[in-house]
Design a binder for this molecule. Structure first.
Ligand code: 5GP
Ligand code: ZN
Length: 135
């Protein structure tokens, strides 16, 4: 895709701090990291989001994320780790090229990747279940 910053980074046209690379993926350090080591798994092919990425490429991205996460656990001694993946502006996606965030977490890092729980009734839960499953 012309004019996609992550296509250019993934292909190597734009230099990046690369942690891992293979035929299909490049893992780079995020340049606005939430924590030390925050990285992005980029497929080399352009897919805008979860809805567009083929299953096999998605599976490959998750495998790569696990590999890099295990290395981070060892090398950074993080206390935890979040995998985050945003789809659409409403969900916080700012770069429209599929990417998986790997965010190492450290005690007291002050970051919040959680949501505010709500309290739907049993009926409301059942209703949304039926809408999704088509029951
Ligand atoms: P999103 O909000 O789309 O899920 O995440 C986009 C991420 O890409 C952000 O965390 C942002 O800091 C990062 N980012 C945006 N542009 C660049 C760039 O040119 N280089 C790098 N390394 N990261 C970028
Ligand atoms: Zn792209």
């Amino acid at each position: 895709m012309d004019n996609c910053i992550f296509c250019k980074i993934a292909s190597g046209e734009i230099p990046s701090n690369t942690l891992y690379e293979d035929e299909s993926f490049r893992v780079i350090l995020d340049n606005g990291p939430a924590t030390k080591g925050h990285a992005l798994v980029l497929p080399k092919e352009h897919y805008a989001n979860l809805f567009e990425i083929p299953d096999d490429v998605l599976a490959g991205a998750v495998k790569v994320a696990k590999k890099v996460s295990l290395t981070m656990k060892e090398k950074l001694a993080c206390d935890g780790l979040n995998l985050v993946q945003n789809n659409g502006e409403t969900a916080g996606q700012t770069v429209m090229h599929f990417h998986l965030h790997i965010i190492p977490r450290y005690e007291g890092d002050g970051q919040h990747i959680l949501w505010k729980p709500t309290s739907p009734s049993a009926e409301e839960l059942a209703q949304i279940r039926d809408v999704i499953t088509g029951a």
